[in-house]
Design a protein around this ligand. Structure first.
Ligand SMILES: Cc1cc2nc3c(=O)[nH]c(=O)nc-3n(C[C@H](O)[C@H](O)[C@H](O)COP(=O)(O)OP(=O)(O)OC[C@H]3O[C@@H](n4cnc5c(N)ncnc54)[C@H](O)[C@@H]3O)c2cc1C
Length: 288
């Protein structure tokens, strides 16, 4: 298949890229790694009149750490983030989840900003962003606003990005001491989108009591799905097997899987409970 005709612009600066988007709005799409947009164009599911190619814009692919908090440039390739030593130290769940995203060739081109802006509800990283309580920097020609990951994903392939805005930066708060994280998924084959995926973050106090927990799932509804009731049930417990099993049971009711050709909604719900239990046990072990 061939894409519909389009104009290609390759701005050299962020200001130029934002000016182009401001001028053309919905007619224009940013081109990041092209791993979702180009196939969609080839199938003519997407027919943007104008592509604003971000690959020549400098300064959008940095990893900046400040006291354990991370700022990630939107054009950071999956593969670079997966191997980044700083991110591995501060937020090891990033590499753990990225390893499950597609195949190495796709991770060499695909970007974290493109992945999050694409907002596929089956995608791993949006769920990880919810679990990490990330905030996103969205820029237009006039300035920047910050949106929480929880408010960014509005529906399948739909985000809070306005027609003139670019996702420029992903901001991850530092994980407190004695925090543990884990991402687990079940997919038909390595590199496929998962039938279910669970990201878990827990924090313990010095006595081993759970003082914070966040859990989020992918392939669990029209957007990445947080499980606040399951997470709240863990607070004040020692994350014993029974505590975790009870939380996993709550999580099974919080997810809203839609079912697919690969898995019924009931099977996805079952996977959510099993993966939540395993991910929480793993996160607890890592926190300790
Ligand atoms: C065979 C295959 C398997 C895959 N498997 C998985 C998988 O298992 N899990 C998974 O998560 N992903 C998977 N992907 C998708 C992959 O992760 C893509 O890299 C990602 O979804 C899109 O990133 P990109 O940089 O390629 O974005 P692009 O394809 O360039 O863009 C995607 C969309 O985001 C917009 N966009 C891009 N950057 C920005 C920005 N900074 N601000 C605003 N809008 C922007 C574009 O205009 C476009 O609408 C797979 C892809 C393929 C081809």
């Amino acid at each position: 298949m061939k894409p519909a005709p389009f104009e290609w612009h390759a701005p050299a600066s962020l200001a130029e890229a934002l000016a182009l988007k401001a001028a053309h709005g919905e007619e224009a799409r940013f081109l990041a790694g092209g791993q979702s947009l180009v196939p969609a164009m080839n199938f003519r599911v997407a027919q943007p009149a104008i592509l604003v190619d971000l690959n020549r814009v400098a300064g959008l692919d940095s990893v900046v750490e400040e006291n354990g908090a991370l700022r990630l440039g939107a054009m950071l390739r999956h593969a670079r983030l997966e191997r980044d030593a700083t991110a591995a130290r501060t937020h090891p769940i990033l590499a753990e989840a990225l390893h499950e995203v597609a195949h190495p060739q796709i991770r060499n081109r695909g970007t974290i900003g493109g992945n999050l802006s694409h907002a596929d509800p089956a995608s791993e990283m949006p769920a990880v962003m919810l679990a990490l309580d990330a905030r996103f920097g969205l820029r237009n020609a006039a300035g920047e606003r910050e949106v929480a990951a929880a408010d960014f994903f509005l529906g399948p392939l739909t985000t809070a990005l306005r027609p003139d805005e670019m996702l420029t930066e992903i901001r991850l708060p530092a994980l407190p001491p004695r925090s543990g994280t884990a991402f687990l998924e079940v997919a038909r084959r390595q590199g496929d989108y998962p039938m279910m995926g669970v990201a878990a973050v827990v924090t313990l106090d010095a006595a081993g009591m759970c003082i914070a927990a966040r859990i989020a799932c992918c392939s669990a509804g029209p957007t990445p799905v947080a499980a606040p009731r399951a997470a709240a049930a863990l607070l004040g417990t020692r994350l014993g097997e029974a505590d975790i099993a009870a939380a996993a049971e709550l999580l099974r009711d919080e997810v809203e899987p839609l079912g697919s050709v690969q898995a019924s909604a009931g099977y996805q719900r079952h996977l959510a409970g099993v993966l939540a239990r395993r991910a929480l046990l793993l996160a607890k072990g890592r926190a300790a």
